[in-house]
Design a protein around this ligand. Structure first.
Ligand code: MSP
Length: 534
C-alpha cells in the first residue's frame, strides 16, 4: 500500500469514539473541546486539518444498556447519537468527520484489517479466563481489583468472571518492536508520566489479548468464525481509519489511508492509554501499516476526588453548564484551570471566579474601558492615528507582545493550554496596569494628545493580540473583540479566518491599522453573579 501522500501541511487528529451507553457528560466534552482547540490552532497556521470524533456503539456495555430500556441495540444507539452531535454544536466543536462504528462501511474496513492481521499469523484460538469489567470492556488483573472484586475505575461495579473460548491477538510477538518504537519516538506517548506508565507496563512482558467474544451478539462477526463476535475495542480503534474515508469512497483500507494517514494526534483520557499506546500500534504493525505520531493521555475530571463518569453517575451535565454560562466560558474554564495531562476537580465557585477574573475583568473590562476612552479622547472613534511605528520597542506592552505569539504557539503545540492562557492573560493584566500608570485621562487634561493616543493604541493592539491568540479557545468572544476593533472576522468561520487572519501575521504585535474604523461597542463577557445560598 502506498502511503506517501501525507504532507507537512496536513494535520489529522482524533477524539476517542465515545460509548453511547448514555448521553455525553463533561468528561467526553473535555477531550472534544481540547481537540477542537488544537484543530482550530492548526487551521490558523494554514494547515489542512481533519478532526475526527464519533461513537463506539458495539459490545456488551451498550447491549446491556439497550436491554435495560427494552430497546434493540441499534435503535438505542440511533437515539443516543444525536445527543453527542447536538452537544458538539452547542460547544462550537468544528469536527470534520463523525465516525459511527455501526456504519456498514466500517464493517468493510474492519473485515479487511482483520484479514491482514490473520494473514500475518497473529490470530489464534485459545481459552480466556479472567475478570472482566463491562464498563471498561476490559479484562482486569486480580491484583488491580478493589475489595469485593470491584473495578478500580468503575468503583461501584463488580467485575465478572469469564471462562470461554476466544480468538487471541499475538501481542507478545510485538514486545521488542514496540519497545524499539517507543525508544525511537520519545514523543509518541505524552505526557512523560504516561509514557513511563506504558514503558513499565510493556517491560513487565506483554500478554496476548482476546479479540472475540462468545455469548454476545452486538458486534461484527469474526470474519473467519461468525459464531464469535469481534471484541469491541478491536472494532472501535479501526473507527479512526474508517473516518478517513471520503464520504463517497469505496470502503477499502487503501482508500481510507490515502490522504490523512498516519494520524498526527490521538487525544484520549488516561484510562484508555493502553489500548492506544500498546494494543493499537501492535495491531497496526501486524497489518503492516505506519504508526500514529502521537498519543496524548489527559487526566480525569473529578468530583470530590472521584472520576466523573456515566457508570458512577456523578457527572456534570455539559448541556446545562453551556446553557447557563455559554460555550466560551465552559471551554475556557476547563483548559485554563486544569493543566492538560493532570486530573482536575470541578468546583462551581472556582468556575465563576475564574471566568469573572479573566474574561469579564482582565479581558472584557480592559476592552470596554479602552474603547470608551478612545471615544472620549480621540477624533472620529477610530483606532488612534499613532500606529505601531509610533511606539518604541521599549513600550512594556510591545515588549511582551512581540514575544507572545511564538510563546503561545509553542504552548499550543505542546497542548499546554493552561500555560497558553496564562501567558495571554499576563498581557491583558499588564495592559490594565499600563493604563492605570499612564493615566490617559490626566494626559488628556494636560493636552498631551500624542501620548494619549500612544497609550490607547498600545492597549487596543494588546487586546487584539490576546483575543487572536485565545480564539481557538474562546472563538465567540474573540470574534466579538475583533469586530469591535473593526475587523470583519468571525473565528467560527474557519476557512475565512484562516485566510484573512493567518497566524503568521495576526499573532504578531503591531498589526492594528491606525485609523481603522471601530465597530459597535458592547461588553464581550458579562460578569457572572454567584448563585445565592439559601
Ligand atoms: N469507547 C471508548 C473509546 C474508544 S476509542 C477508539 C471509551 N469511551 S468513553 O465514552 O467511555 O470514554 C471516552 C473518553 O472520555 C475517554 O478518553 C475517557 O478518558 C474520557 N472520560 C470519561 N470520563 C472522564 C472524566 N471524568 N474526565 C475526563 N475524561 C474522562 O472509552
Amino acid at each position: 500500500m502506498n502511503l506517501v501522500n501525507k504532507t507537512e501541511k496536513t494535520f489529522a487528529l482524533t477524539t476517542p469514539l465515545y460509548y453511547v451507553n448514555d448521553v455525553p457528560h463533561i468528561g467526553s466534552a473535555y477531550t472534544t473541546i481540547a481537540a477542537d482547540v488544537v484543530a482550530r490552532f492548526h487551521r490558523l497556521l494554514g494547515h489542512q486539518v481533519l478532526l475526527i470524533t464519533g461513537t463506539d456503539e458495539h459490545g456488551q456495555k451498550i447491549q446491556r444498556s439497550a436491554e435495560s430500556l427494552g430497546k434493540a441495540p441499534q435503535e438505542f444507539c440511533d437515539e443516543v447519537v444525536p445527543s453527542f452531535i447536538s452537544l458538539w454544536q452547542l460547544l462550537d466543536i468544528k469536527y470534520d468527520r463523525f465516525s459511527r462504528t455501526t456504519a456498514p462501511r466500517h464493517e468493510a474496513i474492519v473485515k479487511e484489517f482483520f484479514e491482514r492481521v490473520w494473514e500475518s499469523g497473529d490470530i489464534y484460538q485459545g481459552q480466556q479466563q479472567g475478570w472482566y469489567c463491562v464498563s471498561c470492556e476490559e479484562f482486569k488483573e486480580e491484583r488491580d481489583l478493589l475489595e469485593g472484586h470491584r473495578c478500580p475505575i468503575h468503583t461501584n461495579k463488580e467485575v465478572e468472571w469469564r471462562d470461554e473460548q476466544n480468538y487471541f491477538f499475538r501481542l507478545s510477538k510485538y514486545q521488542n518492536k514496540l519497545t524499539e518504537f517507543y525508544q525511537s519516538k520519545p514523543n509518541f506517548i505524552q505526557p512523560e508520566s504516561r509514557r513511563n506508565e506504558v514503558l513499565s507496563f510493556v517491560n513487565q512482558g506483554l500478554q496476548d489479548f482476546s479479540i472475540s467474544r462468545v455469548n454476545l451478539d452486538w458486534g461484527f462477526p469474526v470474519p473467519v468464525d461468525p459464531k464469535h463476535t469481534l471484541y469491541v475495542w478491536f472494532d472501535a480503534l479501526l473507527g479512526y481509519v474508517t473516518a478517513l474515508l471520503e464520504p463517497d469512497a469505496e470502503p477499502t483500507l487503501a482508500n481510507a489511508l490515502e490522504t490523512w494517514w498516519p494520524i498526527n494526534l490521538h487525544l484520549i483520557g488516561k484510562d484508555i492509554l493502553r489500548f492506544h499506546a500498546v494494543y493499537w500500534p501492535a495491531m497496526l504493525l501486524s497489518a503492516g501499516l505506519p504508526l500514529p505520531e502521537r498519543v496524548f493521555g489527559h487526566g480525569f475530571l473529578t468530583k470530590d476526588g472521584q472520576k466523573m463518569g456515566k457508570s458512577l453517575g456523578n457527572t456534570l451535565d455539559p448541556v446545562s453548564l453551556v446553557q447557563r454560562y455559554g460555550s466560551d466560558a465552559v471551554r475556557y474554564y476547563f483548559l485554563k484551570e486544569i493543566e492538560f495531562g493532570k486530573d482536575g476537580d470541578f468546583n462551581e465557585v472556582r468556575f465563576i471566579n475564574v471566568l469573572n477574573a479573566d474574561l469579564a475583568n482582565d479581558l472584557g473590562n480592559l476592552l470596554n474601558r479602552t474603547l470608551s476612552m478612545v471615544k472620549k479622547y480621540c477624533v472620529d472613534n477610530n483606532v488612534p492615528s499613532i500606529g505601531n511605528e509610533g511606539i518604541s520597542d521599549e513600550n512594556p506592552l510591545k515588549t511582551i507582545g512581540l514575544r507572545l505569539g511564538e510563546q503561545v504557539k509553542e504552548a499550543y503545540k505542546e497542548l499546554a493550554f493552561s500555560q497558553a492562557c496564562g501567558a495571554i492573560l499576563s498581557l491583558a493584566q499588564a495592559s490594565n496596569k499600563f493604563i492605570d500608570e499612564q493615566a490617559p485621562w490626566s494626559l488628556y487634561k494636560q493636552g498631551q494628545q500624542e501620548s494619549v493616543e500612544k497609550v490607547l493604541y498600545a492597549v487596543l493592539e494588546s487586546v487584539r493580540l490576546a483575543a487572536y491568540l485565545l480564539s481557538p479557545i474562546i472563538p465567540n468572544i474573540s470574534s466579538d473583540i475583533y469586530q469591535q476593533l473593526g475587523f470583519g472576522i468571525d473565528f467560527n468561520d474557519q476557512i475565512q479566518s484562516s485566510v484573512t487572519a493567518p497566524f503568521a501575521t495576526h499573532a504578531t504585535w503591531g498589526i492594528l491599522s491606525s485609523k481603522q474604523q471601530l465597530g459597535t461597542f458592547q461588553p464581550v463577557f458579562k460578569r457572572i453573579e454567584p448563585p445565592k445560598n439559601d
